[in-house]
Ligand binder design. Structure first.
Ligand SMILES: NC(=O)c1ccc[n+]([C@@H]2O[C@H](COP(=O)([O-])OP(=O)(O)OC[C@H]3O[C@@H](n4cnc5c(N)ncnc54)[C@H](OP(=O)(O)O)[C@@H]3O)[C@@H](O)[C@H]2O)c1
Length: 336
């Protein structure tokens, strides 16, 4: 039997991919209800052989919905998710609103599927956190990680469709020799790199960096794992890259890491030293798997407890929409 599914935020980059994932993965849908702000009411989207009209998200719009996939900012998630739950839906939320709430599971299906209880609100982790941890967790299972040091290279679309469009418009303006003033991102991103636009806290870390620390501890059920992140926007359109240095509890060889990652769910190894070929955003774009390369012993840890990796993952897919739909699949077909 199919489910009645809602997508809240259908006009955004994540909402659009949620619809594509439901279609591609043949998710059993009876009714699909698509919502956005009042600005988008009446816009049309196509799902399978149906044309659907966008309706305005509102508390009363969730009647009869079984699964509500949320792809809106945290404020709107807080506004509408409780009403969706009250109406009987399980909410899978992509925003940061509920991720650290003790009542809400934070789920990456390849890591902690057992946490996806089919009720209330289930949070989808931050995109950089998911992309780092899909390949890191299978290593942690074999050799517990003490410390992670990560630097991100995050695409414009991580800040939503308007940021992606701004980068493209900036490139066109540059090609035409015109001046360009950014209005969505805080600085010009084209031909530039800047620290992630999330607010900086008292400890000097920005919000994105702290998400990578706290969410990793929650997903792994490992409150003692230490994570330090530096999150940066780069002028790519889609797919985040990350340089990750891992310190394990005991020595670990490159070969062991290769062997684990070669069969890890959701991971594709792309590591050709002879050709100097490793994961790039264009390789990862449109891929459900996280690509991993540059696998090498971290020479700053002579006892061989360190491994360095470079990963690339489509943050709109595995970092958001695909992960959410995989959680929905867990709800209808729970792991035993
Ligand atoms: N982009 C990513 O790579 C990524 C990755 C992981 C998580 N996320 C998270 O996913 C969520 C969506 O991000 P996004 O990148 O898809 O953003 P986006 O492209 O800017 O889309 C935002 C969506 O929210 C809707 N919206 C705005 N105000 C609304 C309101 N008052 N009521 C109902 N809908 C409203 C917009 O509808 P209108 O078109 O009608 O304004 C649009 O559909 C955010 O919480 C984001 O942090 C994003």
């Amino acid at each position: 039997m199919g489910k009645n599914v809602a997508i809240v935020g259908i006009t955004g980059v994540v909402g659009e991919e949620m619809l594509n994932c439901l279609e591609r993965r043949n998710f059993p849908v009876d009714e699909l209800r698509v919502m956005a702000s009042a600005r988008s009411v009446g816009k049309k989207v196509k799902f399978r052989d149906r044309e659907l009209s966008v309706i305005e998200a509102a508390a009363e719009a969730f009647a009869g919905i079984d699964i509500a996939l949320f792809a809106v900012e945290a404020d709107q998630a807080r506004q509408f998710a409780p009403a969706a739950v009250k109406a009987g839906a399980v909410v899978i939320d992509n925003s940061s609103a509920y991720r650290m709430s003790p009542d809400c599971p934070l789920v990456v299906p390849e890591i902690n599927p057992q946490d996806a209880t089919p009720r209330g609100i289930i949070a989808n982790p931050n995109c950089s956190t998911i992309i780092m941890n899909v390949p890191v967790y299978p290593l942690h299972r074999v050799n517990p990680i003490k410390r992670l040091v990560v630097s991100t290279y995050q695409a414009a679309s991580g800040a939503g469709r308007p940021a992606m469009e701004e980068l493209a418009a900036n490139a066109r303006a540059w090609a035409a020799g015109e001046n360009f003033t950014p209005r969505v991102l805080p600085y010009q991103l084209f031909m530039n790199v800047f620290s992630h636009n999330a607010d900086i806290g008292d400890n000097g870390y920005n919000g994105e960096e702290m998400k990578m620390t706290q969410e990793t501890q929650k997903i792994f059920h490992a409150p003692d794992i230490r994570v330090t992140a530096t999150c940066v926007r780069v002028p790519t359109l889609r797919a985040h890259c990350e340089a990750v240095n891992i310190e394990f509890s005991r020595p670990m060889s490159e070969r062991e890491v290769y062997e684990i990652l070669a069969t890890a769910p959701g991971v594709t190894v792309l590591d050709d030293r002879a050709q100097n070929r490793s994961p790039q955003p264009l390789d990862a774009t449109g891929q459900g798997n996280v690509l991993v390369g540059r696998i090498r012993q971290d020479i700053s840890l002579p006892d061989k407890t360190g491994i360095a990796l470079f990963v690339a993952g489509d943050q709109i897919l595995k970092g958001a929409a695909l992960n959410a739909v995989q959680i929905a699949e867990l709800i209808i077909r729970p792991v035993r």
